[in-house]
Design a protein around this ligand. Structure first.
Ligand code: FMN
Length: 333
């Protein structure tokens, strides 16, 4: 397939394996590259000194042997990310092929990436944020819609994708949220997206670095089991409604809200919330933990099995063609 995304990234099929905190790992990215798509990981998955350097060396080696696959790094560009500067420096040194930015201004990432020809796609949930990223010179938008895993947007992709495409006709739009089948991919391409970004589907993969209990919960959960919580990062995030999630509630209390809005305490309180949230998530993805906060989007409804990343990619490619053939046969009947 050929779309603006496949051409920009020089990949075989217009799909990004979305960056997922604590889930994405080297094995998944290797499989993505071998499958002809783009694999990504959040830089924060590698928090120990020197770890990210080693992973990037290995990924660059795989990339040199897989000409139709690539990889990218997700940078949380918020001031509260303590490793942002360090990670960006290493990524630039190692010439990471592309970046996905989330939660803040992508200005510096765009400047540094463009200095050596790398591309930058910015997570956006509305036209206002997209305008800011466009003005800074981003290479594309990741349109994050309703029901996505992680910090889901408030808008439906059926509206957000064509709205972005109309407002910024020369900037590729990549649809993210709720896509776990070939029919889902085809629908987004029909709406004007140049590709898709798929997260939740890959949690139920043999390579994902999380417990079997989490993977099984992805398979057994239904769309109505997904709720939004402020308890992890302060910003609403989608999780499976486990007994522990119910127990701790979903909203910040008045004191937490006051501390995150107060000019003097805001930065430090938010950092503290994110740090505790990260620790909670870290415990949750380990085997044998019952205090589970499992991040996932509504596409759990469509996921019925744990498979290898290679099989997931092949199945989604095949389903896209099948969906296209079924539709054209119906239209031409
Ligand atoms: C477990 C999990 C962790 C995530 N972590 C991040 C992250 O660290 N950075 C980020 O920009 N997006 C993160 N996301 C969002 C994904 O990159 C992507 O936008 C989303 O998964 C797409 O929706 P889908 O899950 O319905 O496919 C995460 C999503 C999930 C499910």
């Amino acid at each position: 397939m050929k779309t603006k995304l496949t051409q920009l990234l020089n990949i075989d099929f217009p799909m990004i394996m979305a960056p997922m905190f604590l889930v994405s790992n080297e094995a998944m990215l290797t499989a993505a590259m071998k499958g002809g798509i783009a694999g990504t990981f959040p830089s924060l998955n590698y928090r120990n000194p020197g770890e990210i350097d080693q992973v990037l060396d290995k990924l660059n080696e795989v990339k040199s042997k897989t000409p139709k696959g690539t990889y990218g790094v997700n940078m949380i560009v918020q001031k509260t990310n303590p490793l942002y500067e360090k990670h960006l420096k290493v990524c630039v040194e190692k010439k990471v092929p592309f970046y996905i930015t989330s939660l803040g201004s992508p200005k510096e990432v765009i400047l540094k990436a463009h200095s050596y020809g790398a591309k930058v796609f910015c997570d956006v949930t509305n036209l206002e944020h997209a305008q800011k990223c466009f003005d800074l010179g981003c290479d594309g938008f990741i349109a994050v819609g309703q029901g996505a895993g992680g910090h889901a947007g408030p808008n439906s992709l059926q509206i957000l994708v064509p709205a972005l495409q109309k407002a910024f006709p020369n900037t590729p739009v990549i649809a993210a949220g709720g896509i776990a089948s070939g029919a889902g991919i085809l629908s987004m391409l029909t709406l004007g997206a140049e590709g898709v970004s798929v997260g939740t589907r890959f949690i139920a993969s043999t390579e994902a670095g999380v417990s079997d209990a989490y993977k099984n919960a992805i398979v057994s959960s239904k769309m109505d089991d997904i709720v939004m919580t402020e308890k992890i990062s302060g910003t609403p995030c989608t999780i499976i409604n486990t007994p522990f999630a119910k127990k701790i509630g979903y909203k910040q209390n008045w004191l937490e809200r006051a501390l995150s809005n107060n000019a003097r305490t805001k930065k430090y309180f938010k950092m503290w919330v994110q740090l505790t949230g990260m620790k909670r998530l870290e415990q949750s993805v380990k085997p044998g933990n019952y205090q589970t906060l499992w991040c996932a989007g509504q596409s759990v409804e469509l996921i019925n099995e744990i498979s290898s990343c290679a099989d997931i990619i092949e199945k989604m490619k095949k389903e896209t063609v099948e969906a296209y053939n079924r539709l054209t046969a119906e239209i031409n009947a």
